[in-house]
Unconditional design. Structure first.
Length: 310
């Protein structure tokens, strides 16, 4: 009979002995979020990774997030509990096809969402996240054509907010694109007193029903501050953990996807588990490694993002 491992206790001990910091995204399972030193959206996590003095960054999120941490803080060892934790947006924008897309628009200013590979970032002028995309696109020189990749829905939302015309890469997120407008409207009828909050990766048909649109962190801040008591939340269901912790007396209803399930979870984010987190710290693998030339090329547009969003 195998002995039970107390993952939470062992992870805390490993964290101290390795001088590690655990960073987690809001879409991680609750147990992982509760063990993290910092839980945030992709911008806050990139800023935390850039600033940390810890020897090891244990990144509980998806591959592009851990890659961003390594690009911004190369002296640290970056561990990711499951290297297969990818992202549909990043996967649907292969560097070769992206290069061809760029070549069709010579002289354009290239804005890429952080949900992209290092190779795509390296071909971009500036990176954005969902929390700073509007602010950053507003700073792009007005005389330049803008290419935006890889999320067409975020791109369309940014176009609406900035009044800026952009050429969009036709990508989308497999989690946010399957929210059902019909089921959302039914929920609104059942709960007329609820406010709807949604992530800008959702389709425009869904976003038009939202009272507030923002990044995961912005949605969290909004529901905590709002005087309303009930919210329909249109993003990955992991964010509900921090919403319930921050406002235990409020009601949060996860918006349903169009696949018969009650709530919507990112299959990539959920590859990370408490057991894999413990194992990756104990064995110091899988580690995020990348060629220095690629890291340096991807650093400049990320650095520009941090400066433009300050
Ligand atoms: P945030 O930047 O809002 O955390 O979003 C990241 C993400 O992957 C959304 O699907
Ligand atoms: Fe990528 Fe969508 Fe998962 Fe976010 S929710 S990591 S965009 S697949």
């Amino acid at each position: 009979m195998g002995t039970e491992v107390d993952y939470a206790r062992e992870i805390q001990e490993l964290k101290r002995s390795m001088n590690a910091v655990i960073l987690a995204h809001y879409y991680q399972e609750s147990e992982v979020q509760d063990l993290a030193d910092f839980v945030g959206d992709s911008l806050a996590l990139a800023q935390a990774a850039a600033a940390t003095k810890a020897d090891v960054i244990v990144f509980c999120g998806v591959h592009f997030m851990a890659e961003t941490a390594k690009i911004l803080n190369p002296a640290r060892q970056v561990l990711l509990p499951d290297l297969k934790a990818g992202c549909s947006l990043s996967d649907r924008c292969p560097p070769g096809a992206f290069k061809a897309f760029k070549e069709k628009h010579p002289g354009a200013f290239v804005v890429s969402y952080v949900n992209s590979s290092a190779a795509v970032k390296a071909m971009s002028d500036v990176i954005v996240t969902s929390s700073n995309a509007v602010k950053i696109v507003n700073q792009v020189p007005k005389d330049r054509q803008v290419l935006f990749a890889p999320d067409q829905h975020l791109g369309r939302y940014v176009m609406k907010q900035t009044g800026r015309d952009m050429v969009l890469w036709p990508g989308s997120c497999i989690v946010h694109e399957i929210f059902s407008e019909k089921r959302l409207v039914q929920l609104k009828v059942e709960h007329p007193e609820a406010e709807v909050v949604a992530h800008p990766e959702c389709e425009a048909a869904v976003l038009r029903h939202a009272d507030f649109i923002g990044s995961t962190k912005a949605l969290l801040d909004y529901v905590l501050k709002s005087p309303k008591e009930k919210f329909i939340v249109v993003t990955e269901a992991g964010i509900l953990h921090q919403m319930k912790k921050g406002a235990p007396d409020k009601t949060f209803i996860p918006a349903p996807p169009d696949n018969g399930c009650a709530c919507n979870e990112c299959p990539y984010m959920r590859l990370n588990t408490l057991e894999k987190l413990w194992r990756c710290m104990k064995d110091r693998t899988p580690e995020l490694v990348m060629p220095e030339e690629l890291r340096e090329a991807a650093r400049a547009p990320l650095q520009r993002m941090l400066e433009w969003s300050a």
